[in-house]
Design a protein around this ligand. Sequence first.
Ligand SMILES: CC(=O)N[C@H]1[C@@H](OP(=O)(O)OP(=O)(O)OC[C@H]2O[C@@H](n3ccc(=O)[nH]c3=O)[C@H](O)[C@@H]2O)O[C@H](CO)[C@@H](O)[C@@H]1O[C@H](C)C(=O)N[C@@H](C)C(=O)N[C@H](CCC(=O)O)C(=O)O
Ligand SMILES: Nc1ncnc2c1ncn2[C@@H]1O[C@H](COP(=O)(O)OP(=O)(O)OP(=O)(O)O)[C@@H](O)[C@H]1O
Length: 512
Amino acid sequence: MLTLKEITDLLKENGLYKEIIIDGDWYYTVPEKAARAEVTDLSYDSRKVSDGTLFFCKGLKFNPEYLASAIKEGATAAISELVYTDKLDQEAQSTPQIIVTDVQKAMAVIARHFYGCPDEKLELIGFTGTKGKTTSVYFTRHILAHEFGPVVGQFSSIDECVDGKNFIEAHLTTPESLDLFRMMKEAVDNGMKYLAMEVSSQAYKKSRVYGLHFNIGVFLNISPDHISPVEHPTFDDYLWCKSQIIVNSDTVILNRDMDYYELLAQKAHELGKKLITFGSDESDADYRYHGKDHGYFDVSTHNDNLPEVTGEFRVMIPGHFNYSNALAAITVSAQLKDDTSDFAQGLKETKVPGRMEFLKNNAGMVACVDYAHNYLSLSESFKFMKHEYPDGRLIVVIGAAGGKAESRRKDVGRALSEYADVAILTSEDNFFEDPHHIDETIKEHITNPNVKVIINVDRVAAIKQAFEMAKPGDAMFMAAKGREQFMHEKGRDIPYVGDYQLSQKLMKEYDK
Ligand SMILES: CC(=O)N[C@H]1[C@@H](OP(=O)(O)OP(=O)(O)OC[C@H]2O[C@@H](n3ccc(=O)[nH]c3=O)[C@H](O)[C@@H]2O)O[C@H](CO)[C@@H](O)[C@@H]1O[C@H](C)C(=O)N[C@@H](C)C(=O)N[C@H](CCC(=O)O)C(=O)O
Ligand SMILES: Nc1ncnc2c1ncn2[C@@H]1O[C@H](COP(=O)(O)OP(=O)(O)OP(=O)(O)O)[C@@H](O)[C@H]1O
């Protein structure tokens, strides 16, 4: 519980407070009666408001009717950047409206205190990067849980875990600050000691992690992505947002092989951060991997001031990039536990739903279901497929999201041109866009005339088509949806069977 006085004081301390409006009158000092009002819950969704809730008016699609409805449901007060007095009837105007300079930051600051600063009671590990966040979080949780028991929580784009054993489907890579701090409190209440979480560039852009301090922050890689009117206007903005993890972490772990390494290392140095690097054995990283076949790789340590990790490890998720993701997780874990002898076990047990999952049958059919959807991940995954299945065709079922990351359409076309033999272009998360238009744009960017291009916007039919045309030796690749069982379509989540689930069924049907 917080009083309105405590809330406005917090906002003042953080330079976010402007004024409070009650019955059309504007105040800087909160009037006595309002100051004592108690906030017993927080919400940014009018449909979840009840007596005692502090309601946050936020979002691109925010409508003042939501505020009126929140007040009707019993909101104690509302917080917004805009003044909505003229949109409310006389009675509703008696509910205090706190006006702030930035509602997203206000929400983070208030949520953190409302939930008792749970971040201070957890060893927080944040992962950012264009690709590999989810996989690295999974690797880290498995290694740490193997070492310390079920005291490791996880926030990933697939699922969230606040008790070390139960997993709830996630809707964002990094939750809204309000949900983030609420779940952190639950994690603390459940006895969690560690939390491994993904930190998207949007999380910094939208202040979802405002005021959040990481014990360890990892930057995995960077490549142009998420550039669109609703995400980042430029690559520079995307990189800058991601680089905020350096500012907000005690120990910074950087991939020595990544683009812009020097820039990020300079930033870490100037900010006085402890910098640790990992990379391939061709780099001068502190921790290095040497990739072998079948998921095996060796690790060596090249800095006497750091805990030593040596020996052979194995990952059960295909793709050479997973050596790098795994070493990131090993590097993190080695800073938390000196004896690293058991790390290999935790790592080996890690599976990530919908990431490089292979399905095969007795008819010699092979399908890989994966989440790759930008140039970096597609080109790496396709390269791996070509290496593993050099004799047949690579048949790819793929689309691109509507309404965001528009540059991906060109990148998908480029990756297909470089590696695919057959491209079946279909729907992904279309949002409000016509999938035909998205697929035509991808097609325009497939410059290699040897790629057979088919457009089939019905994703189920497209996957069936891949199975129908696959011959022994060919490999199918279903991109971008993994095991997800919904499609974002016109503002709603439409149920979808799932690439993995459908492919599994078809594998059985085609089995001999
Ligand atoms: C651009 C962006 O960050 N958008 C997110 C943001 O939306 P928003 O704040 O603009 O809110 P909105 O959807 O316009 O809705 C307005 C507000 O009205 C409220 N409302 C709505 C209806 C009602 O009856 N009453 C009511 O109060 C809603 O609760 C909301 O607070 O907050 C919403 C939840 O509060 C998110 O669902 C939404 O994510 C959208 C769907 C999204 O796709 N975001 C992507 C770009 C994203 O954030 N991706 C990154 C991953 C990137 C990566 O892979 O690296 C992520 O972290 O997930
Ligand atoms: N280090 C890497 N480099 C290139 N591609 C990668 C790397 N790690 C994973 N991938 C590819 O990217 C896909 C997504 O991986 P993962 O979910 O771990 O990344 P992510 O950063 O969480 O992605 P997103 O931001 O899209 O949720 C994988 O299925 C794989 O194809």
